[in-house]
Design a protein around this ligand. Structure first.
Ligand code: ADP
Ligand code: MG
Length: 421
């Protein structure tokens, strides 16, 4: 058995300010004073565990507002040869990593099993086999050390990554209504967040009809031999190309979803996405512009290097490839930003949260910031390290449930298709 590759550590950061957090009041358009986390509630150290896809992660978060420790073991190295996540390999890697990752998160936090208050774990959505590893481990641990177990929806976790860091910065208020774009390798979702006396409710006001945005980044990078994961690779290379070189049109999707399960009473105000077409458009461009040979040459050049870095990929790209990459990213960003801002207007949202792995994209952040400031909209992102999968967001999302005493039953099971409501 190989030894585990190095684990990413995030040093703990001091928290400033008093013990108060932000919580919404209905859908009224005004600054909502804190009703939750207001200093009267107990401090709680929650151990979060996340294993829904290709990261084995554990973290300790104090009271939803202080990142005490954060350990992420990413499986990039395992999946890189395949250009995408292989579910069986992901489960096996989680099995190898779960115990050392959890121990490391507790050690970094200076906590023991006895000095944490609860264990939070991702219940879904995600890969069934991957989810089961984290969930079974968390259940067994909770039982053995007699701590309450809290089940968390992975998508709600991504939303709480933003809230955790805003609270940590001392930002305790949030203007409602809030719209959240969760955009990653597995999800592209728009949720309207409705805050009702502490418990948040989520309304799905748009999602992808086919591929997630991160999946399009990964598949285009694979087609062009640009490395894995594709998102960060394209983010870097796009800075060297002309984003106007190739036009990729996207359709507005307003027609009803063919799947009856996905139909909603308020379909008229939905804003959906579709990212399978752009992959085919990039493939067609490659074929009609005779780029196959350049791709083969790049593949051979990079295969000759032991561990190529992003500058090696840049050196192996001709200008036509860099222009294509920049244009692809520009089109993706433009579509994500325009459709999200359309939903902001349709839902009359005052605050926008953008989160998930693709929220790490530089052009996406700049574009959202520019367009949101033009429209007088507050927009928040997690830091790049909390944009991609992590367990701090799971521990943060668990805190309101800890306060409400919403603990999981012993028969808790994983739900690969869990919805956020
Ligand atoms: P999951 O693994 O569940 O899909 P993550 O939140 O870990 O969720 O997101 C990983 C996805 O984010 C991958 O598709 C990856 O390519 C994409 N991604 C990461 N960084 C960037 C970036 N800078 N630009 C665009 N996409 C990115
Ligand atoms: Mg991931």
């Amino acid at each position: 058995m190989n030894s585990l590759p190095p684990i990413r550590h995030t040093p703990a950061q001091p928290t400033a300010g008093v013990l108060s957090g932000f919580e919404g009041v209905g859908r009224s358009r005004r600054w909502a004073p804190s009703t939750l986390y207001n200093g009267l509630v107990p401090d709680a150290y929650i151990l979060g565990i996340e294993s829904s896809c290709d990261e084995t992660a554990a973290a300790v978060v104090r009271s939803g507002q202080e990142l005490v420790s954060n350990v992420v073991y990413s499986q990039f190295v395992t999946h890189r040869p395949y250009g995408g996540v292989v579910p069986e390999l992901a489960s096996r890697e989680h099995l190898r990593a779960i115990v050392p990752v959890v121990r490391q998160a507790l050690d970094d936090a200076g906590r023991s099993y006895q000095t944490i208050d609860a264990i939070a774990v991702t219940k879904g959505p995600g890969l069934a086999g991957s989810l089961l590893v984290g969930l079974s481990y968390a259940k067994a641990l909770a039982y053995a050390v007699e701590k309450p177990l809290i089940a968390v929806n992975h998508l709600e976790g991504h939303i709480h990554a933003v809230l955790l860091e805003e609270r940590q910065k001392g930002n305790r208020e949030l203007q409602f209504p809030v719209l959240a774009l969760v955009v990653s390798g597995g999800h592209t979702h728009l949720f309207l967040v409705e805050g009702k006396s502490g418990a948040w409710r989520y309304r799905d006001v748009g999602h992808t009809r086919d591929d997630a945005a991160g999946e399009a980044f990964d598949k285009v990078a694979k087609l062009l031999e640009l490395g894995y994961p594709g998102g960060p690779a394209i983010d870097f290379l796009a800075r060297h190309g002309n984003p106007q070189a190739v036009k990729f049109p996207f359709a507005q999707i307003k027609h009803h979803d063919r799947n009856p399960q996905n139909r909603h009473a308020d379909d008229e105000s939905r804003v959906d996405f579709s990212y399978s077409g752009i992959k085919t458009a990039v493939l067609r461009y490659v074929e009609t512009h005779d780029m196959r040979e350049a791709i083969m040459r790049r593949r051979q050049a990079l295969a000759a290097l032991a561990s190529p870095v992003r500058e090696d990929y840049l050196a192996a790209c001709d200008q036509a490839t860099l222009d294509l990459v920049a244009s692809f990213q520009h089109a993706m960003v433009n579509d994500l930003v325009s459709k999200t801002l359309l939903a902001v207007r349709e839902q009359d949202a005052a605050t926008l949260l953008v989160t998930g792995g693709v929220a790490a994209n530089s052009e996406l952040r700049t574009s959202f910031e520019q367009r949101a400031s033009e429209e007088g909209l507050a927009v928040y992102f997690p830091s790049r390290k909390l944009s991609t999968d992590n367990a701090a967001m799971i521990a943060a999302a668990a805190y309101p449930r800890f306060l409400a005493g919403e603990f999981a039953a012993p028969e808790l099971s994983a739900d690969a298709a869990l919805r956020l409501r």
